[in-house]
Design a protein around this ligand. Structure first.
Ligand SMILES: Cc1cc2nc3c(=O)[nH]c(=O)nc-3n(C[C@H](O)[C@H](O)[C@H](O)COP(=O)(O)OP(=O)(O)OC[C@H]3O[C@@H](n4cnc5c(N)ncnc54)[C@H](O)[C@@H]3O)c2cc1C
Length: 351
């Protein structure tokens, strides 16, 4: 009789090295419970696509919401690694987390109602969506939030904050949203008539933030991946960061470049070297473009110093292509930080 209700009981998850265990509600993932309880669990996409939240299951069993085998290595799987964002405990658990964070952002996620305040078109497929929140939301530059539209798009989508945070939290937040063909939220966001529409914002999430260091910074962004990189650099400027920056910004043609004034302002006010290199992959050869042509990855070897720290954001294909070039340039994997803008097509493929 009691067995019938067994699955509906909260479970306890012990994280090795932490005194207080997590209480995980029925159907809740380990990651959601950890973030809800203020544990700085490493994570990024939260949808099973990046493996930032992998942890080792030492005791107990979990139900996996998506197949983790495609993203974890054979060695990880053999050692019992699971994805915390996709694992719902079936029993009490003990897990080990390799990189429980020290020194990263520790804002507990909050759910806040807001209203679309403004839509600004940056390019033919990227808009800036400005939202006024009912209460201020604190975040670290580089992090993202979950956006939903009550009554219309209830399944939230992730968007990175495009501006630097303010002390005490932001009531005005901005996202850069690129139209994805057949995409529900990103097509919704392209409409000019959205001002006044009620939205829900939950966050912050993610561990894409500027690490404390003296190392030179290499940023790589493509499309709307500019949002978190711009926020991160604007925040660093406000804190008088003096690390040299090289910023490779990948776009197809000149009409895909945007925020150039904001980037120029950053460059002019930066305390040390700031090289901004837009790279166009499909610009007509007959055009007046005198800048770099090709793929962003073609320029990594020339600009990546082995002691640089890398921050990259954008389409997963671009990030996947960039990583081997960075490793070949001598940059260790631990110095490469990225946010992959995964969408549901990628997740459907992995499932
Ligand atoms: C951490 C993170 C940060 C992000 N930040 C940003 C950002 O700042 N800016 C930005 O523009 N994007 C960002 N993204 C991507 C964003 O969250 C959305 O995925 C993107 O906007 C597409 O959402 P959508 O609702 O328009 O598309 P969806 O409706 O989710 O569809 C996406 C694509 O998948 C296809 N599809 C849908 N369902 C299925 C299915 N079942 N099987 C196969 N194909 C399917 C659709 O046809 C479409 O082509 C981020 C993603 C992550 C993970």
């Amino acid at each position: 009789m009691f067995g019938l209700f067994k699955g509906a009981q909260p479970k306890t998850v012990h994280i090795e090295g932490l005194d207080a265990p997590l209480q995980v509600n029925p159907r809740e993932t380990i990651l959601t419970a950890a973030l809800r309880q203020g544990v700085r669990f490493p994570h990024s996409c939260r949808v099973g696509g990046c493996a930032s939240c992998k942890c080792q299951l030492k005791r107990g069993t979990v139900k996996e919401l998506t197949e983790s085998a495609y993203i974890l290595s054979e060695q990880d799987l053999a050692q019992g690694y699971i994805l915390a964002c996709q694992a719902v405990p079936k029993t009490d658990l003990t897990i080990r987390v390799d990189n429980l964070q020290a020194g990263g952002p520790d804002f507990s996620p909050a759910r806040v109602a807001g209203t679309v305040a403004q839509i600004h078109r940056h390019t033919h497929d990227i808009v800036e969506l400005a939202i006024t929140l009912e209460q201020p939301l604190s975040y670290a530059a580089g992090q993202y939030a979950l956006l939903s539209v009550p009554g219309l798009i209830e399944t939230p989508r992730s968007y990175s904050f495009a501006t630097a945070p303010l002390a005490g939290g932001n009531r005005d937040i901005r996202f850069f949203i690129r139209a994805v063909p057949g995409g529900q939220m990103s097509q919704w966001a392209q409409q000019p008539s959205l001002v006044g529409t009620a939205v829900q914002v939950e966050g912050p999430f993610g561990d894409f933030y500027l690490r404390d260091s003296e190392q030179p910074i290499l940023c790589i962004a493509g499309g709307s991946g500019l949002a978190p990189v711009k926020a991160l650099l604007e925040d660093a400027l406000a804190f008088k960061c003096a690390r040299p920056v090289t910023f490779l910004f990948g776009a197809r043609t000149q009409r895909d470049l945007y925020c150039l004034d904001a980037l120029r302002t950053l460059q002019q006010n930066w305390a040390t070297d700031f090289r901004f290199i837009p790279v166009l992959s499909e610009e007509p050869v007959t055009s007046d473009w005198r800048g770099a042509r090709g793929l962003v990855t073609d320029f990594i070897a020339a600009h990546a110093q082995p002691h640089a720290q890398v921050y990259m954001c954008g389409p997963p294909a671009m990030l996947d292509a960039a990583e081997p070039h960075l490793l070949r340039a001598g940059i260790p994997a631990e110095q490469i930080f990225s946010d992959r803008f995964l969408d549901r097509s990628a997740l459907a493929r992995s499932a």
